[in-house]
Design a protein around this ligand. Structure first.
Ligand SMILES: Cc1cc2nc3c(=O)[nH]c(=O)nc-3n(C[C@H](O)[C@H](O)[C@H](O)COP(=O)(O)O)c2cc1C
Length: 312
């Protein structure tokens, strides 16, 4: 059995330093269990369960199927405060090993999570927010680079990960466009201790995304990704074909999408599909176990192919 060790992966109890990143609407409990069994950290936003009761059932379901680590994403400002509090209480009750906080200040969650030995990962696009999250008690900072699926930054991964590493005491998690083992190796070389992958896992058998969505991901190129704040007011990356006026939208679809753009909340993400530039490197829908096996093989090949430093 192979292993890729980093201090943060060891702390989390992972065989490989990879996270199947949380994705609104489409991440699910099946992905969490498959990821856990494949030796990586699966995750989902708590609000992908429709109600607090459904979320508790989800945690119980996962707990019955795996005793390996997994994470729950708490989207602080995007979640109704009462729901957030209920979902976090359920995480504490079920002993969820890690929480991923996003869209807000993680300090209160981090304080209570640490009392229970949970690991807190927090995602940012800028150093300024990374420093704040570190002060708030985050155990690791996820740097979301340009081209990532979902709400993405604009900084190149070539700069973001080493820059965050240089300025932070806590470990850096690399996020954005990573879809292959070669890129995992590059991310670790750039100073990350963990790699965060969303888009690649849209094209997994277990993912709840529509088949047409998966098909766009495995057939797409970087040019198919549009970075816009027109959908939710915050810049994010979307499959161009699903944006209003995009190639996939018939006149009827377009009017649905237009309406969705105007609505609050998550409905827009149902009609307009998000993905990152990593679609260029995701070529097949596979079970998560097979995707992880590919990544591990590619990682080994990439590392072995690197020219070594010769002393002359
Ligand atoms: C469809 C979709 C939905 C997402 N929803 C969330 C979310 O609810 N919470 C969150 O913290 N990040 C969310 N993200 C961001 C991912 O967790 C992760 O940062 C991103 O996918 C990494 O970039 P990559 O897609 O290029 O691998 C989402 C990403 C995608 C593609």
């Amino acid at each position: 059995m192979s292993r890729i060790r980093t201090p943060l992966a060891e702390r989390l109890g992972l065989r490989y330093p990879i996270v199947c990143a949380p994705m609104f609407i489409i991440s699910n409990k099946e992905m969490i269990v498959a990821a856990a069994e494949a030796g990586i950290l699966g995750s989902m936003p708590s609000i992908n369960a429709r109600t607090p009761e459904a979320f508790r059932e989800t945690l119980a379901w996962i707990r019955q199927r795996t005793d390996r680590p997994f994470a729950i994403n708490l989207t602080i400002k995007l979640t109704d405060p009462e729901r957030l509090q209920q979902d976090f209480a359920a995480c504490l009750e079920f002993g969820v090993p890690a929480v991923i906080t996003s869209y807000g200040n993680p300090s209160e969650i981090a304080r209570q999570a640490h009392d229970r030995g949970m690991v807190v990962l927090h995602d940012v696009i800028h150093l300024k927010h990374a420093l704040k999250a570190q002060e708030s008690g985050a155990d690791a900072i996820i740097g979301v680079a340009a081209g990532a699926g979902g709400h993405a930054g604009t900084t190149s991964p070539f700069v973001l990960y080493p820059y965050l590493r240089e300025h932070l005491r806590v470990p850096v998690v690399a996020a954005g466009c990573i879809a292959t083992g070669r890129q995992v190796a590059a991310s670790l070389a750039l100073g990350a201790e963990l790699v965060y992958m969303g888009t690649r896992f849209i094209a997994s058998t277990e993912c709840g995304a529509d088949e047409q969505y998966k098909s766009l991901v495995i057939n797409g190129s970087p040019e198919d990704i549009e970075y816009t704040d027109g959908v939710s007011g915050v810049h994010a990356n979307f499959l161009r074909q699903t944006l209003p006026g995009g190639a996939l939208t018939t006149a009827a679809d377009r009017s649905i999408a237009q309406v969705s753009v105007q609505k609050d909340g998550g409905k827009k993400w149902k009609d307009i599909w998000s993905a990152g530039q990593g679609i260029a490197l995701a070529r097949e829908v596979k079970p998560i176990a097979a995707i992880v096996a590919d990544i591990v093989r590619e990682y080994g090949e990439a590392v072995r192919a690197l020219p070594t430093l010769e002393e002359t």
